[in-house]
Design a protein around this ligand. Sequence first.
Ligand code: 4AZ
Length: 303
Amino acid sequence: MNRLSLLVLLTVAGLAHSIQYPCGGSCGYRVSQSPYRSMTYSYGNVAYDDDMTRVVGGVGAAEASWPWVVSIQHPGSPKLGHWCGGSLISADWVLTAAHCFDKIENVSLLYVVIGATQFTKPGLGAVARDVKQVVIHRYYKRVDYRYDVALVQLERPVECSSYIQLACVADPTLRVSNLKNCWIAGWGATTARSQDYSDRLQEAKVQLIDVKLCNSTGWYPGEIHPYNLCAGYPQGTIDACQGDSGGPLMCQDNDAEYWWVVGITSWGEGCARPKQPGVYTSTQHFYDWIVYNMRVHAIESAS
Ligand code: 4AZ
């Protein structure tokens, strides 16, 4: 077989078994932060929220910092409309948590804001989309948040820009526990007690915590599923909180510039407490589920 036909074969095989990335075929690029790419894009106002007292240990993210992080919104939510986080993984699919839909009776009321950092100043890079359908894992259970993974299809695809990029979903070959530079981001509660969500996207660096330790006495004994990840700090202080659910746990590739979405924010006992870190659904574990369901449900909704 010559090299060209091998290439064609690999491409076809790839089409059948992986996530397709439009956006110039790339994912996980933080365009506004890339020295190689930023020249070709215009910037919005880069404004930091330097209110460091915000818990759960985060700081305000700069504009377009995490261009795949989306806000799933509900018009009934008194909290700036924000309901849950999510990650844009194709031009019209968002990866999020199944439990985000526990209290939603009519998903057609939901919409998704993509490309925004601050709700009160969404800027020209932000767009909103209605929801076409929600796909919830069939084994999801509210009692223990098992299989806490869902997909949201947007009514219409979005176009990529410096504000809107696709997330790379961790595939089964990625060695997630080796990744060192991991972050969470979300518009959720900024203190464990407050019910207020943040107007500006908050970001915080977290450590991946060994799942065996996380599942042990004094932590979350027996509550962590094999397909969960734990991240935060043994002493607490920095963590995801209510409203961050569905959003990503992201780690930079060890050898490259781009970022992987390795987890979906799922639950935790309170927020930022010692030995009670955030619990995430491992995207790597559900990679095949994600690929399969995006394909099947796209075909169904088109026919
Ligand atoms: C929540 O209720 C939630 N500390 C999300 C994350 C964490 C706790 C609660 C993790 O959406």
